[in-house]
Each structure stands twice: as structure tokens, then as C-alpha cells.
Design a protein around this ligand. Structure first.
Ligand code: FE
Length: 233
């Protein structure tokens, strides 16, 4: 295998074919050969990809670029940069809360699916929590791929029924006088929570602030905290 995604798939199909046609692959002890067989899902994806390429509906190079983007370029650090900019630049924050899709493009992040992104500001009075009750809609350009729990049935149902209980399980206690707002993502509209800026970080740079922002804080299942003993005086 050559280490690339394409090489992986080539090897996957080769190994699967060999395993199907022989009792044991050469050089492997009895029972070990099956451990190299990819999952049904992987093989199904490969079959679908081959079919789409053969029919001229997708381009292999384009597919590799998309996968590479999600593996190496897109993730929660993108969203963290947006949040940190909003924390240090009130004018940017205003633009973000008015039109997040356009504001994130100022920092170089673009929509991939035609979806709109809406930024929700957490304050001392309001805590926002994001869910997709139907499936797993998520602000991919800013947060990357969703965590497994975000896609799970218990989170998708309970975040709506008992948001304070869910938040408690994430270790977030919301005072009774704070309003909890739950936002249901769709294919058309995805949400980014702008968490509260932690107290004590007034002297931190924008980059240092971005480093504090976690993925979960931008979904609403965590708060951003700062160890003031480590913050610059
Ligand atoms: Fe969804």
C-alpha cells in the first residue's frame, strides 16, 4: 500500500478479493487474514465511488482533494479563530452575529454545501445549545466533522426534551435564571455558538484566545475556561 487514500482502497479491495478466494492469504497465520479485511461500509463506499467515476459523474482528483481538506484543513480550529476574532473585535462580532456566512469568509472559510451559518452568542443571560434532531447537520466549514455523540439518538432527542439535564451530564451547570435556547440544525441552516469570553484573559492575544476555544464550546455543550494562574499578568 502506498499510504494514500487511493492506495488504501486499492489494498482494501485486493485484500478482500484475496480473502474471498483463498483459505488464508500467503504470509499470514491462520485467522489473521480476516483482520485486514475492510468493513462492509468501506467496501460499499469504494463500490459506489468506482461506479460514480466509471459513469463520469465524479472526478477522482476532486474526491481526493475533498477528503484531504476534511482530514487536514477543516476542523474546530477554524471556528475557534472566528470566535476569538469576535471576542477581540466588536465590529467583527456584530457582522458575525448579523451574517455569519459572510463574516467567516473574511477569515477565509467558505461554505461547501450552500448552507447558511448562523452565529449564536452565549451571554450571562442566555445559553445556546445546538442539535440536529433529524440527523447530524453541523457547521462543517468551521467545526469539521461532527463528534459521534452529536449524531447519537439519545443526544438528538434529549437535547430538546431536557437540555439542562444533558448539559449537566456534559459538566455544564446552567443557573435557573439563565435561559437555555436549543437550536435544531437543518440542511439549510447550521449554527455556531459563540461562547462567553472567559474572565481573566484580557491580556491574551487573539491567537492565545483561539487556543482556549473548544469544539464543544461552539456546540454549546461546554464553556470556555481559563486557568488564571497561567494567564499573562
Ligand atoms: Fe441533519
Amino acid at each position: 500500500m502506498d499510504g494514500t487514500r487511493r492506495g488504501f482502497f486499492r489494498a482494501a479491495v485486493t485484500v478482500a478479493g484475496a480473502a474471498a478466494g483463498a483459505a488464508a492469504a500467503p504470509g499470514l497465520a491462520q485467522g489473521q487474514e480476516h483482520q485486514a479485511i475492510p468493513s462492509d461500509l468501506t467496501l460499499r463506499v469504494k463500490s459506489l465511488e468506482s461506479l460514480l467515476v466509471d459513469k463520469g459523474l465524479v472526478d477522482r482528483v476532486a474526491l481526493d482533494r475533498i477528503v484531504d481538506a476534511f482530514e487536514t484543513q477543516i476542523g474546530p480550529r477554524n471556528g475557534a479563530r472566528v470566535v476569538a476574532r469576535a471576542w477581540v473585535d466588536p465590529a467583527y462580532k456584530k457582522r458575525l452575529l448579523t451574517d455569519a456566512s459572510t463574516a467567516m469568509e473574511e477569515i477565509g472559510f467558505h461554505r461547501h454545501q450552500g448552507e447558511d451559518i448562523v452565529a449564536l452568542e452565549n451571554t450571562a443571560r442566555i445559553h445556546n445549545l445546538v442539535v440536529c434532531t433529524l440527523c447530524s447537520c453541523y457547521p462543517w466549514p468551521l467545526l469539521g466533522l461532527p463528534p459521534v455523540w452529536y449524531k447519537s439518538a439519545p443526544y438528538r432527542s434529549r437535547a430538546v426534551i431536557d437540555p439542562r439535564g444533558v448539559l449537566k451530564e456534559f459538566g455544564v451547570d446552567i443557573d435557573a435564571d439563565v435561559e437555555v435556547r436549543v437550536w435544531d440544525s437543518t440542511a439549510e441552516v447550521r449554527y455556531l455558538v459563540v461562547p462567553e469570553r472567559p474572565a481573566g484573559g484580557e491580556r491574551l492575544t487573539e491567537a492565545a484566545l483561539a487556543a482556549l476555544v473548544t469544539r464543544d464550546s461552539m456546540i454549546g455543550t461546554a464553556k470556555v475556561t481559563l486557568d488564571v494562574t497561567k494567564a499573562p499578568a
